[in-house]
Design a protein around this ligand. Sequence first.
Ligand code: PMP
Length: 353
Amino acid sequence: MSFLENIRRVEPYVPGEQPRDSGVIKLNTNENPYPPSPAAAKALGAFSADSLRLYPDPAASSLVDAIAQRYGLAPGEVFVGVGSDDVLALLFLTFFNSGKPVLFPDITYSFYDVWAELFRIPYEQIPLDESFGIIPEDYFRENGGIVFPNPNAPTGKLLPLESVRRIVEGSPDSIVIIDEAYIDFGGESALPLIHEYDNVIVVQTFSKSRSAAGLRLGYAMSNASLIRYLNDVKYSFNSYTMNRLTIEAGAALIRDEEYFQSTIRRIIRTRQETTASLRDLGFIVPESAANFVFASHPSASGEELFTYLKSKKIYVRWWNKPRIRNYLRITIGTDEEMGILLEALKEYLRRSL
Ligand code: PMP
């Protein structure tokens, strides 16, 4: 017997590429094309490097308080982590232990099945309908928990709050996690449900609508009892997840509501224009409520479009998976970036059709 037989072997999640070449138009990881609020630069400018000598506050209280205040919650109802990926992974570890399958859509954030495999949690992937919609009734079955993004990724499709509520009501005996990474771009948050039901957890992030993917800051909001269980697991794993810089910059960012709202408005406007232009070129584009669109062309293969765009230094995301291999997920960039993308697509279609 060799130690090789005792290794936890996993098929890791593959993040979108982060090219070193600065000439790339990067529309592949749903980052925000606009910089974060100047409040972040101010906070970092005032940061004392001497303070790095000391461990950070393990509870990140000043940051938790600022987030709680923004959402009208008690600090005990907020949990922060190293991006929402960290928060979601800890949620899987804390709450999905029944041995029954956890449910999530077949087309969704491709980290869910990776965490389930990593933690040996059984799971079932529930098919979306033909137009990529989540059907609440399909989740009315025995389960060890439910998780889905709203809006869903990579489709961008929004599930109305009433349908989210039906999913929650259908599984009162398991935890329902709503991953709202993209909710600020036009969706109605399920946050009020955390006070109506005892089994709901809402997860959000600073990576998209707050333009701070590089900060690595995500948060969960739920009733104080569930947040306590989550903290118990966190403190059993790593006490100091939040570094001093993130605590300072994050608290400053969440207080700048005006900048946040203005950035969102710009992205939504560009998304609407991009959707219309792509449809004019013959693309099928489901209505998106996120900072990306999911687009397919009836007479061009997804892989070819992806490769062509890459050769033009325009990076988008493409998955070689059933049902979606003809689609590209395109992050909404600046108007200028979207103009260059549309010109490239026009050129491709003119030459190949
Ligand atoms: N959930 C969804 C649906 C996502 O698309 C992403 C971004 N990859 C995340 C969570 C994680 O984002 P972050 O860790 O940057 O908060």
